[in-house]
Design a protein around this ligand. Structure first.
Ligand SMILES: Cc1cc2nc3c(=O)[nH]c(=O)nc-3n(C[C@H](O)[C@H](O)[C@H](O)COP(=O)(O)OP(=O)(O)OC[C@H]3O[C@@H](n4cnc5c(N)ncnc54)[C@H](O)[C@@H]3O)c2cc1C
Length: 536
């Protein structure tokens, strides 16, 4: 039974950025681990399913509830401690799961932590930190994501090309399990052995189980189902598990050292093929026989398709909110954004001095480049990148006025390096064959692009969905991943079935049941349950 009063008060918590809408009967806004434990115990005793929420910026509907209880963690948003390992010069922050990436960045930039309740070790650690010296490197384009959501989805972003995904920066986790017991797990302490594992909870309960038999795809970014390696560090099972195994109540993140110089270059190429060759060159590949490979070690390599540039140009012309975007000339066909960090401007200059000739040899014009070499101009290029998904969302919201059941249609698939051109060809040819309009942008350095179809009517919407399903199958056959960074959530459950056999999916579910015997956490996420209700 839908409770209209609940919808009126808490309606916004029934949806996320995927623009899907769910249902729920109750909600808790936890402020502490104890609140999480109490909410889980109470709901588990009634066999109520529980959907955990961070900041609801997810794009796969994993935080959209399918009935039951919502456990919202947005009020658990504090930094609770710090640790400095002097010998290894490593810095760690202990944070509550609901803290937003923007908040972590602000604290680090100004070194202005709210230290009330911190232990002495944490306060001492701060003495080793200079303002702006450390940063948290995982950077999903949507910086209003919470750290708990990022861990649950193993989020990544532009800088993952150099710094890796969330997984690479998580040192320890506290996870509240389905019986309210807590699992505290540190990196490097508990490993699986030949596919078998044993974990001990804080109350001393032993949890034993077997890992699935599937082999993960050899791609740089993957969040398609549970992380699985026969002798893996068991902390990795929980990272990217989409909130299906337990509720993360505390996270220790590792910071990275900020280098003193950073440049961003948006390079506009005359066609897509030359842009993809430029990507290979930026990655350090030798694309001409007689060339010295570039030694840039970029932190990011991003892509803007021709349609993406046209969409941004149009928005710049007609929408005051995008008026500050730089002029995108008509001659700019495809854009590649790269960011390079080093200890000095001279070092960066030394790295990029051969880039101009590579651009020219590929048929481009090195003057068709925007260069940013200070904080303000870099922020401008980041805003340009963020404008892409924002414009897509606006267009989807627009079309929804006529066709309310249309939802966002963005892919999140990645392939191995050598399949980049093949996958782009597939996208372009099959979109054209189906007469579908799409903008493509994203993390091309990791062969991970978001194809966003903008349907003009219901027929196009259904055809695009069908096409995505075919792509999932083809990408799995290429050795790729059907979800690279957004998680499987509810929307990509059918795609996961293209990547794994029924037996492998059953093994995955068996693993969930070890931690969540009644399958109360995030029902419908990763594993099928009922059809997600479409947006209203
Ligand atoms: C414009 C835009 C751009 C984006 N760009 C990127 C990008 O570049 N890279 C990228 O990776 N993502 C991107 N995203 C997707 C999104 O920001 C990430 O998936 C993010 O990690 C979600 O965090 P959240 O706090 O909003 O989580 P939510 O949406 O609230 O939840 C996501 C999942 O995490 C689970 N969860 C949340 N907190 C916890 C917890 N404490 N314990 C257990 N489970 C939990 C939820 O149950 C759910 O399964 C983008 C989104 C938008 C709207």
């Amino acid at each position: 039974m839908v409770d209209n009063q609940f919808i009126e008060i808490y309606g916004e918590y029934l949806r996320d950025e995927s623009r899907q809408v769910g249902t729920a009967e109750s909600i808790t806004f936890a402020k502490s681990e104890e609140d999480i434990i109490n909410a889980i115990k109470e709901n588990a005793s009634k066999k109520n399913q529980i959907t955990t929420q961070g900041a609801r910026t997810g794009l796969a509907a994993s935080a959209v509830p399918f009935g039951g209880h919502i456990l919202n963690l947005s009020r658990m948003n504090k930094v609770v401690g710090a640790r400095y390992d002097e010998k290894k010069d490593r810095f760690f922050l202990r944070v509550q799961p609901g803290i937003l990436l923007t908040e972590i960045r602000k604290y680090l930039l100004n070194k202005s932590f709210l230290t009330e309740g911190w232990c002495e070790e944490s306060l001492n650690a701060l003495n080793h930190m200079k303002k702006g010296e450390w940063f948290y490197s995982t950077d999903p384009t949507e910086a209003s994501a919470s750290i708990g959501g990022m861990v649950a989805c193993n989020a990544s972003g532009a800088k993952s090309f150099r710094y890796g995904s969330t997984r690479d920066h998580i040192e320890s986790l506290r996870i509240v399990l389905a019986d309210g017991d807590v699992l505290s797990i540190k990196r490097g302490q508990v490993f699986a052995e030949y596919g078998k594992f044993e974990l001990t909870t804080e109350k001393g309960r032993k949890i034993t189980g077997e890992l699935p038999s599937y082999i993960m795809p050899k791609v740089k970014k993957n969040t398609s189902g549970y992380h699985n390696e026969p002798n893996m560090d068991m902390i990795d099972l929980f990272i990217g598990s989409d909130g299906t195994l337990g509720v993360i109540s505390e996270i220790e993140i590792e910071l990275s050292k900020q280098q003193s110089a950073a440049w961003g270059l948006t390079i506009f190429m005359p066609d897509e093929d030359s842009a993809l060759d430029l990507v290979r060159a930026l990655r350090g590949e030798k694309i001409f026989d007689n060339m010295e490979p570039l030694k840039l070690n970029p932190s990011a390599i991003e892509f803007f398709s021709h349609n993406a540039l046209c969409m941004l140009r149009e928005q710049q012309r007609t929408n005051p909110a995008f008026a500050s975007i730089q002029e995108i000339k008509e001659s700019y066909h495809t854009g590649i954004y790269t960011e390079i960090e080093a200890d000095s401007n001279e070092e960066i200059w030394e790295g990029i001095k051969n880039l101009g000739s590579v651009i020219e040899r590929l048929g481009g014009d090195e003057d068709a480049t925007w260069v940013a070499n200070n904080h303000t101009s870099l922020e401008k290029l980041h805003a340009f990148r963020h404008a892409c998904p924002e414009c897509v969302n606006m267009q989807i919201d627009n079309i929804k006025k006529t066709y309310p059941s249309i939802t966002k249609l963005g892919t999140d698939m990645s392939v191995p390096d050598e399949k980049l051109k093949q996958v782009m060809k597939m996208y372009n040819e099959e979109l054209a064959e189906n007469n579908l309009y799409a903008v493509i942008f994203g993390h091309v350095g990791n062969n991970h692009l978001h194809v966003n179809t903008i349907p003009r009517n219901m027929d196009e919407y259904h055809r695009a969905k069908e096409l995505y399903s075919k792509w999932a199958e083809k990408i799995a056959a290429m050795g790729g991943a059907v979800s690279a960074e957004h998680g499987v959530g509810k929307l990509k459950v059918p795609f996961l079935q293209k990547m794994f056999s029924e037996e492998e999916l059953n093994e995955m579910r068996d693993l969930k049941v070890v931690f969540d015997p009644e399958q109360l956490f995030n029902r419908g996420t990763i594993f099928p349950y009922v059809e997600c209700k479409e947006a209203i």
